[in-house]
Design a protein around this ligand. Structure first.
Ligand code: FE2
Length: 288
């Protein structure tokens, strides 16, 4: 019998300031409890008003042991790193960055012509065996992300598969599902998910009933919030006749390893964090 996922927790994002004064809505953050294994952090950056100040962004900083996934909907992020890569992550584009043993990079948001910046950054953990691997980028332009239109749903598939349509981001340790799901009013969305995958939905527009169970009922979640689901074989979300809903669907296989987070590093032991700090001091952080 197929088990439905139900909503077990709703997280209201908190406002935090990061980088050089960037205002963010943060739903989850790295911690040793690792409750959302393999996911470590989810940030939503939205600047719609000049009173939020100049956009300085995130000047040069290191990462080790994680993947950072940037998805922009409006505005862009200019990116440059220690491996000599640089580019612009524009509206609808995704950058899936596997830091492995280490990169140093800067991420500078730029406003759209309308003055807005709107995007998300997800951090995905790496298992111990891959934490010191080669850094790798998957840069995905908006036009190479497939859009599945079906029964009132419009689904941009970044990673994972739905209805035989596969996202362009592949070979990620957590075997993730990452999709931008837009449901029109009066529709029903049902998607199979591997039973043990940690599954989250970040609701950023409208409202819907999340985690419809066998009794036909779900949890009404309204933008902006993060819904956490129980284990199960599928996720169902319904909308009523009066509202659409749009959310990022995030799912991945937990690694079930101890983690030690320290700022932009997430390793498995305190000694590995010490090593990262020492490598930075000695200028040996970037391996290739
Ligand atoms: Fe970064």
């Amino acid at each position: 019998m197929k088990i439905p996922r139900t909503a077990i927790e709703v997280i209201q994002p908190t406002q935090v300031i990061e980088g050089a004064g960037v205002l963010l809505r943060r739903s989850i953050a790295p911690s040793r409890e690792n409750r959302f294994d393999p996911f470590l952090l989810f940030d939503h950056f939205a600047f719609n008003d000049p009173i939020e100040g100049p956009l300085v962004g995130f000047p040069m900083h290191p990462h080790r042991g994680i993947e950072t996934v940037t998805y922009m909907l409006e505005g862009s992020v200019h990116h440059r790193d220690s491996l000599g890569n640089s580019g612009l992550i524009g509206p609808g584009d995704v950058q899936w960055m596997t830091s492995g043993s280490g990169i140093l990079h800067e991420e500078l948001p730029r406003r759209s012509p309308q003055g807005n910046v709107f995007g998300f950054q997800l951090w995905v953990n790496l298992p111990a065996a891959r934490k010191m691997g080669q850094p790798r980028y998957q840069e995905v332009s908006a036009d190479s992300i497939p859009i599945l239109e079906r029964d009132g749903a419009s689904i941009r598939i970044v990673a994972g598969e739905f209805n035989a349509v596969e996202g362009p981001v592949t070979e990620i340790a957590a075997n993730p599902i990452y999709m931008d799901v837009n449901l029109s009013s009066g529709s029903s969305f049902r998607m199979p998910t591997p039973r043990e995958h940690t599954t989250l939905a970040y609701v950023f527009s409208g409202q819907g009933d999340f985690g419809i169970g066998e009794n036909g009922e779900g949890h009404l979640a309204e933008a902006v919030c993060m819904v956490v689901f129980s284990e199960g074989d599928y996720l169902q979300v319904n909308t009523t006749a009066d509202s659409h809903v749009r959310f990022m669907l995030i799912a991945g296989a937990p690694f079930q390893e101890e983690i030690v987070p320290y700022g932009p590093f997430v390793m498995n032991t305190p000694a590995e964090i010490q090593q990262a700090l020492e490598d930075l001091r000695k200028g040996t952080f970037v391996k290739s």
